[in-house]
Write a protein that binds this ligand. Structure first.
Ligand SMILES: C=C(O[C@@H]1C=C(C(=O)O)C=C[C@H]1O)C(=O)O
Length: 178
């Protein structure tokens, strides 16, 4: 699902996006607990599944490196997934973790298990500020109302999680367009 270099999304603080956001979408975009869990609950009885699209070591995009405070030339672990309900993608997610924090972590073995499922069981997990974009995912061409990103940390481990909600999710849950 990679379409080569795409424009970086323009990110704004969550609060700046609020006036343009419906209360229904605000509840999704501003939530700070596990999105995986929320999708499973909201999607029931549909079956939740993580579809692994790409997972490899590589350089972060420039905007990603900046968000993580890492030098852009350094290697990071990158993972792109579609979070699906009954095989319909509802959210496209791309996660980027600097390699130097990865010691002892077993992310490569995650496969089609949810990153959030593992992450939110880690003690002392902290989530940084959420930023929002109305631009489409730069790694996938399905349209959607909102994207968001934040850095999650525990100990030396940091991961930038970027999640783009798709129009199909809005349709299935009868959410407003924005
Ligand atoms: C960060 C979470 O994990 C979700 C699962 C992901 C994965 O498996 O790669 C990526 C982004 C998430 O939305 C979460 O559940 O909040």
């Amino acid at each position: 699902m990679n379409h080569g270099p795409a424009l970086a999304p323009r990110w704004r603080p969550l609060a700046a996006a609020r006036p343009a956001m419906s209360p229904a979408w605000w509840r999704w975009v501003a939530s700070r607990d596990s999105l995986t869990r929320r999708l499973i609950e909201a999607g029931a009885p549909r079956r939740f599944r993580v579809r692994l699209l790409d997972q490899r070591l590589g350089r972060p995009r420039r905007d990603e490196a900046l968000a993580l405070g890492m030098a852009p030339g350094r290697l990071a672990w990158r993972r792109e997934v579609a979070l699906c309900l009954d095989d319909r993608p509802w959210v496209m997610a791309r996660s980027v973790a600097p390699l130097h924090g990865l010691r002892g972590q077993r992310l490569a073995g995650l496969g089609e298990r949810s990153l959030g499922h593992w992450l939110f069981r880690q003690p002392g997990l902290e989530r940084g500020p959420i930023e929002v974009s109305a631009d489409p995912a730069p790694f996938h061409d399905a349209p959607g109302p909102w994207g968001r990103r934040s850095v999650l940390r525990h100990g030396r481990f940091a991961v930038l999680v970027q999640e783009f909600f798709l129009d199909d999710m809005a349709d299935d849950l009868a959410l407003p367009a924005r």
